[in-house]
Design a protein around this ligand. Structure first.
Ligand code: ADP
Length: 407
């Protein structure tokens, strides 16, 4: 079976092709082909990078801002040129898409139909940077491959669809909730994958576990997971709520926003730009939203970089405390994504605050760049796992599951 995955971000498009026999392997196979478009390097320029399992690569810079055009260019490298891995588009069995917002309607992955496309378009008002990109990916595939190849939408909000109402509502007027203005939560594909992988690593039934998954990348969120369901999470109506992130502020006093609009002459667009692109690690340090650069600046004695890291850790610890209270106990903490998987400093600082509860990180293991391992000491009161998140593989599994249900 050949499954193509499209994962569209606000300024990137990642894609990969998995191939396996009819039985789903336990662990992700190495993709046959991987491709990425990056719009962040230079204004108006799309950088395309393709590599195959056989070692062929392609690097191109194309002057375009059209996502559709670039998606087409990216897809063609599957069956043409040095990076060819399939004879023709029809060799694909299914295409899976990460769709950021599924609203209240989509609590599970679904085969794409005209109604699903209309819903993704409608929900673009809730995820303006992502849902339109997801839809363009779906339409590009339809344009090239025709309607006969099934497409699957896997929603980043779905894993949180069972949030108890007390965690899902904002304490504004009840009408907000009736109008869909509620907490949805994001990073669900990653949170779910990591929870399942944690159960595998621990040799436990997921339904018996209480977990906190720390997805710390450019975007950051926590999920409190009980019996395999998300019961609390830090992101809300949008991916702006919660933890301090690379360039996003996370939660701040809403009164401050009123002040900025009323007293400081902010426009809505400036507010949006400031909170999403000019805050977080970047906003405080004035240097970068990338933790590696923050650490380099700290090593050079930069006080604002140190302050940025201190704030990041302070907010991470307090949100872990909130998740812990929602769960009422804990079996394992999980660290994942760019920061969670790579920063021993962040893991150690987060866990240190809970030393009084008996959380004990093995400091040697923590430094060893381990993946999918338990980093806790044998006498720690909880397990502390580092897991490499595999969102694309999780989407591939959903595709396989949905297709086999259809047969
Ligand atoms: P995204 O949310 O865009 O998928 P990633 O999960 O790839 O992002 O995380 C990106 C972030 O991971 C970078 O901005 C960087 O701060 C952090 N990161 C990556 N490698 C390291 C490292 N070795 N040490 C500290 N932070 C790292």
């Amino acid at each position: 079976m050949k499954i193509l995955i499209l994962n569209a971000g606000s300024s990137s498009q990642k894609s990969c092709l998995y191939e396996f026999n009819s039985k789903l392997p336990d662990r992700p196979p190495h993709p046959l082909w991987e491709a990425q478009i990056d719009w962040t390097r230079q204004q108006g320029i799309a950088a395309l990078h393709v590599k195959t399992r056989q070692g062929a690569t392609l690097n191109q810079e194309i002057a375009t801002t059209s996502r559709k055009e670039m998606t087409m260019t990216l897809l063609k490298t599957l069956w043409a040129g040095d990076t060819q891995v399939i004879p023709e588009p029809a060799a694909l069995d299914v295409v899976g898409h990460r769709v950021v917002h599924g609203g209240q309607e989509y609590q599970h992955s679904t085969i794409v139909t005209p109604a699903v496309k209309a819903a993704i378009a409608r929900l673009a008002t809730l995820a303006p940077a992502h849902n339109p990109a997801n839809l363009e990916g779906i339409e590009a595939i339809e344009h090239i491959l025709g309607p006969q190849i099934p497409q699957v939408a896997v929603f980043d909000t779905a894993f949180h669809s069972q949030l108890p109402l007390a965690a899902a509502l904002y304490p504004g007027p009840y009408e907000w909730f009736e109008q869909g203005m509620r907490r949805y939560g994001f990073h669900g594909i990653s949170h779910q994958y990591c929870a399942e992988r944690a159960a595998q690593i621990l040799g436990r039934d997921l339904r018996t576990l209480r977990l906190i998954n720390c997805h710390l990348g450019n975007g950051c969120s926590l999920a409190a997971i009980r019996e395999g369901h998300s019961i609390d999470t830090t992101m809300g109506f949008t991916p702006l709520e919660g933890l301090m992130m690379g360039t996003r502020s996370g939660s701040i006093d809403p009164g401050l926003l009123i002040h900025l609009l009323r007293q400081e002459g902010y426009t809505v667009d400036r507010l949006d730009q400031t909170l999403n692109k000019g805050s977080g690690l970047l906003g405080i340090s004035g240097q970068s939203g990338d933790l590696r650069q923050i650490q380099t600046a700290i090593a050079a004695g930069d006080a604002r970089a140190q302050l940025a890291l201190d704030l990041y850790i302070h907010r991470l610890r307090s949100s872990i405390g909130a998740m812990l209270a929602s769960l009422g106990g804990l079996d394992a903490m999980i660290f994942t994504a760019g920061v969670g998987e790579n920063s021993s400093l962040v893991r150690a600082a987060a866990c240190e605050a809970f030393g009084f509860l008996g959380w004990k990180l093995d400091s040697e293991k923590n430094e060893q760049r381990l993946i999918d391992q338990d980093l806790a000491t044998p006498n720690s009161s909880i397990r502390i796992l580092v897991i490499h998140t595999q969102e694309d593989w999780a989407i591939a599994r959903e595709c396989q599951k949905l297709l086999s249900q259809q047969l």
